[in-house]
Design a protein around this ligand. Sequence first.
Ligand code: TTP
Ligand code: CA
Ligand code: CA
Length: 690
Amino acid sequence: MSSSPFRNRNRDSSPAGAPGRKRSQFTYRHLNQMTSYNTSCPLRVIAHLDLDCFYAQVEMVRLGIPEDKPLAVQQWQGLIAVNYPARAFNIGRHCTVTEARKLCPDLIAQHVATWREGDDKWAYRDDAAEHIATDKVSLDPYRLESRKIMAIIKEHLPGGNLQKVEKASIDEVYLDLTAHVHAVMLERFPGELGGPPPYDDPSEQLPMPGIKALDWKADALVDLGDEEGVGEGEFDDPDWDDVALLVASEIVRNVREVIRERLGYTCSAGVSRNKLLSKLGSAYKKPNQQTVIRNRAVRHFLSGFKFTKIRNLGGKLGEQVAQAFDTEAVSDLLEVPIEQLKTKLGDENGVWIYETLRGVDTSEVNSGTQIKSMLSAKSFRPDITAVEQATRWLRIFAADIFARLVEEGVLEHKRRPKTINLHHRHGNQTRSRSGPIPARLLNEESLFDLAKNLFHQITLEGNIWPCSNLSLSVAGFEEGVLGNMGIDAFLVKGDEARALKSSESARTSSREGLDMSTRQQPAAKRRRIDGSGGGIQRFLTKREPSQDTRPALEEDDLVRKDGGETLGTSKTYVASGAAWSEELPSEEAQADPGQSPIMTHACSRCDANLGSPEELQSHLDWHFAKDLQEEERVSQAFANRQASAAANNPRVGSQKGAAAPASAAAPGPKKSAGRPKKKPERGQSKLNFG
Ligand code: TTP
Ligand code: CA
Ligand code: CA
């Protein structure tokens, strides 16, 4: 690094233990924990990056539109992304195209690309908006850009153990920068950090950094409110946690610059000690800014939020808390003693909420997250009523999914899905069938054949028209080589292959009104031990459909390998949440119109006002997908908590200021309208698309 960001007013490289000097609150052990991604390490540094108005930026770059021109991305008559110049006209996702044009006649409204029957590829079409009945949205352009962004980030950061990147959604990543920052700190502070601990005792405190002030450049630095003097204040010397965050913020600034230079996209970022805070930080100041939440500022930062904005608290749990305490303000809940939280919410929830409100989050940045399932779906308006119509859609789904599989490296045998699932909706009834995908048969045509086969089985049940939704998904991804197991291990052979040809084999579940409650059971309750010993064997074991009351997707996912660890179903669902989030927009999510009759075009769950019943339904579908994702995240949060509960020590960082009473509310982040606020309608939670 050429220029140092540290304003070194009084550099003192006196050896550790020199008399008269204040010691750091961190120990040599804490410093060492930085190299192993210990989630309780108080010097942890996590960043969250989120692209600004992502789809809108993709369209602007693709079309070469100047940055100051207002642009929105249109889906049928609604808007799914709005750039910042257009937001200045009060245009948001709640607007229809017509309303938006009234607010800004110069608005460029670019419709998303669509698949259309008869074409074998998605395309941008001028007349897409009028073809809601025959077109299906394609998100491929955004997925492709998302991949490029990921590739640039990974390429830019140092490799090996110094890199930990998790793709959290189509336009978000988490970076665990702890090990990287540790390496930089050792390089910059050889005097303070280079030596062994005094007396060889890792519990010895580190010397303080020989710096009096840090230069935060253009970062938005969350201030400390009026709490200076209580605990650590603004004028206290920076400690190593501040230094670590500063180094991390330099790295993040560089990453953002590289994305900007290479692809033209701006993003915003949050830098803090964990995912929870960094996620809030990236949304705090937008666009094209980064916010650092120093440990000493956590309390003040959080007290300005509604807790329903906090990761994992946007869903049912958040609602339960709001009802129990009649408030949504973090500052109010900070006053509630832990015992009371436990009494009202149960022990586990109570403790979890207590910690979350204080910015404690030990969830890991999971670099192993890859797509676990792919879904292609269409909600029909109007309903379809004939096999030929359904077949046309199945062809599009197969083409859509196969194109995405090719991107995942299926042709090179890098990864492949083992199962295919078809869901069919008729009124309130959802029927589903799934079956194995023989490896040798994995191409577009065979996916189409498998889908038709599954559909045929559903038709045998009768009473399937009109159909309001069809959705095809593939899941149970396996890596090409798993440990010592060659690709042959994944080939479906003998009986299995024969069985696939017969129309009965694919059946694994047939249920009406799949209930989310099944899906939400804790991992421990649902996880089944694979007594047969062989991972793949488990998959190949056929089950009696009549005994199976679980959603179809649970069939296949028990043998996924991730970092050498076999994951249970809960984790698999969590993981597929990432795929869901890639598929957020309406059509790829599901809702239940039968259960929630649509009388107006206003969304009952947020202040969005939609242009037509179809768009309202699409919008509700989006809420539903978000809710599912939220549920999955909550279960992951619990799983992570349990996993790390036994490990490690009290969190130095988290204790700061935790006991002080709530202060005046900080200016919370202003969130755009149209975001989910409540839970799905009753009927909506009956669906499960894994
Ligand atoms: P977001 O990150 O929520 O929003 P954004 O990137 O458009 O804007 P911001 O600058 O506030 O981050 O969503 C990422 C993309 O996901 C968005 O560009 C379009 C898509 N999306 C939908 O299709 N429908 C939706 O309702 C939401 C919230 C997002
Ligand atoms: Ca975004
Ligand atoms: Ca986002």
